[in-house]
Design a protein around this ligand. Structure first.
Ligand SMILES: [Zn+2]
Length: 315
């Protein structure tokens, strides 16, 4: 039986937000068992909080945005992917600004930073959602199916009519080692005409060739090479792991995703919650299935202001 884990000390990160274009900082703090991942932000003399669960999903337009009351945090998928990929169960992600830094468009800088901080095993057992019957979501030719399996596994397929992408397949065994080695470094990608359209809508303002792979009509705009021949599908898997973590517990099942994106990823999370007869909780320490299904409060696990106040004073 695996125990839950948190960070051994706080991790700090700052940089440009991909969509807002503003400088933004985060501090990732250790948190008690059964906290899950909670975004927090000091607003006035209060600490606002927003759990990283599907109940707080605000939108999935080009990035995943969470919101609780007035507190909104954009582009959460890469940091959530890093935390889930490294199997960090409990953390407070304190944000300044309203967006997670874009870093280099991948999760690698987060992974490096988190690995440097080290992990602490906690006394509570890890809770898993185990899929016992298939669950399927689709939208035209996009689909995701999750099947019962002994170990968590992802098969992702994409198909873009671009000479450097075309059909790409990626198989991933969900372990921290595989995540760090095969997924973390895969960057966000976009097409030149799409980038111009995003900018006209006030999105992607922090996007640059330093944090996005940009494809021209037939090639690559970036000067550097792709990090993997199939970097795009690996990045899709990275996004998927982050979005999937919004269910609030690791899932044991085999995911088969085809041409999916943030919207379908989050629809799968909702479909799993809507079909509680198709999964069971394993190692349910203090978290029962009903708790996963009925998460409504955002305040019960909010740390006090004094607990986290030193975060940005020390950077
Ligand atoms: Zn992404």
């Amino acid at each position: 039986m695996r125990q839950q884990q948190t960070l051994s000390k706080s991790a700090f990160f700052s940089g440009i937000g991909l969509h807002s274009g503003s400088l933004t900082s985060i501090a990732i703090h250790p948190a008690p068992p059964n906290t899950g991942i909670i975004f927090v932000k000091q607003i006035g003399d209060q600490m606002a909080s927003c759990p990283a669960t599907i109940q707080y999903l605000a939108q999935t337009d080009h990035c995943t945005t969470l919101q609780s009351g007035d507190f909104q945090v954009q582009t959460v998928e890469h940091i959530l992917s890093a935390l889930a990929g490294l199997e960090i169960d409990n953390a407070y992600v304190e944000v300044q600004g309203n967006e997670i830094p874009a870093a280099d468009g991948s999760a690698a800088p987060f992974v490096e930073n988190l690995e440097d901080c080290g992990y602490t095993l906690q006394e509570e057992p890890r809770n898993y959602i185990k899929i016992v019957q298939p669950i399927h979501v689709e939208d035209g030719e996009r689909s995701i199916t999750v099947l019962p399996a002994a170990l968590p596994r992802i098969s992702y397929f994409i198909d873009f009519p671009h000479p450097l992408i075309q059909q790409q397949n990626f198989q991933h065994s969900c372990t921290p080692h595989e995540f760090a080695r095969n997924i973390a470094a895969a960057r966000t990608f976009a097409f030149r005409q799409e980038v111009e359209f995003l900018w006209s809508r006030g999105l992607g303002l922090g996007g640059s060739l330093n944090n996005t792979v940009v494809f021209s009509e037939s090639g690559l705009v970036n000067k550097d090479e792709l990090r993997f021949q199939n970097e795009c599908v690996r990045h899709k898997a990275l996004d998927f792991i982050g979005d999937l973590s919004l269910i609030g517990a690791p899932i044991i099942g085999h995911f088969e995703a085809k041409r999916a994106g943030h919207l379908l990823h989050t629809q799968l999370v909702q479909a799993i919650l809507d079909n509680p007869d198709k999964w069971i909780m394993l190692n349910a320490g203090k978290i029962e299935q009903s708790e996963i299904l009925n998460r409504t409060t955002s305040t019960s696990n909010t740390p006090s202001l004094t607990e986290l106040q030193p975060a940005f004073l020390s950077v």
